[in-house]
Design a binder for this molecule. Structure first.
Ligand code: FES
Length: 206
């Protein structure tokens, strides 16, 4: 049976053929995949780069002798010049100031503790952490000995435990904590560390 235009009873879209539909679907699906990749991969790649950034910065050290803390380990820190310490003078207290950085953060010139330095010859220096080994208070020095105000520990200038004149027991379990150090180009460099208080053994904190 024919209509007035002369077409048969079966109708067809004027622009869609049997082969064009799959082709259009293929293009749409392809575009969807590309957009999905862009939306998903770009943020992932940015996050991955940010995560790996410390590895790329690994060898970027701020300056010689101010390397600060890396993974919990403090490098040698310059404290002062040797000339600043009078030979056989009393111990002097200095802050330890250094750059600090871990895998993701860098902070320049932060105080991380303090030390007592005493020059005992032309080329030798005693170096102590100022923290009391008993319970972590800060010791002072009157030029004759070190004293802790918290529970009355006291120490000789060489760091050893002092016998109390009153006969009271010295509560500190060990001598003052010495620190590794070296003298380089006229400067005193110290490997600053803190140690667990309240123990006979000198165990560095991580
Ligand atoms: S903390 Fe120094 S004596 Fe107790």
């Amino acid at each position: 049976m024919s209509d007035h235009s002369g077409n048969s009873g079966t109708s067809h879209s004027p622009t869609t053929s049997g082969s064009e539909t799959p082709r259009r679907n293929f293009v749409v699906e392809g575009a969807t995949v590309v957009i999905s990749l862009i939306v998903g991969v770009v943020p992932f790649a940015a996050g991955l780069l940010s995560f790996l950034d410390p590895l790329f910065r690994k060898n970027q050290t701020p300056s010689k002798h101010t390397k600060g803390e890396q993974g919990g380990k403090t490098e040698m820190v310059r404290i002062c010049s040797l000339e600043a310490l009078p030979p056989n003078g009393p111990p002097q207290r200095f802050p330890v100031i250094t750059d600090q950085f871990d895998a993701w953060n860098f902070t320049a010139q932060q105080p991380i503790g303090s030390v007592y330095l005493q020059r005992i010859s032309d080329s030798e220096v005693r170096v102590f952490n100022t923290t009391c080994p008993h319970a972590g208070c800060s010791v002072s020095c009157d030029g004759q000995a070190f004293h802790c105000p918290c529970h009355n520990s006291s120490f000789e200038l060489n760091g050893s435990k002092r016998v109390s004149e009153s006969g009271r027991e010295n509560p500190s379990p060990r001598a003052l904590d010495t620190l590794e150090h070296t003298i380089e180009s006229g400067d005193v460099l110290v490997h600053y560390q803190n140690f667990y208080p309240g123990r006979e053994e000198k165990k560095p904190k991580a």
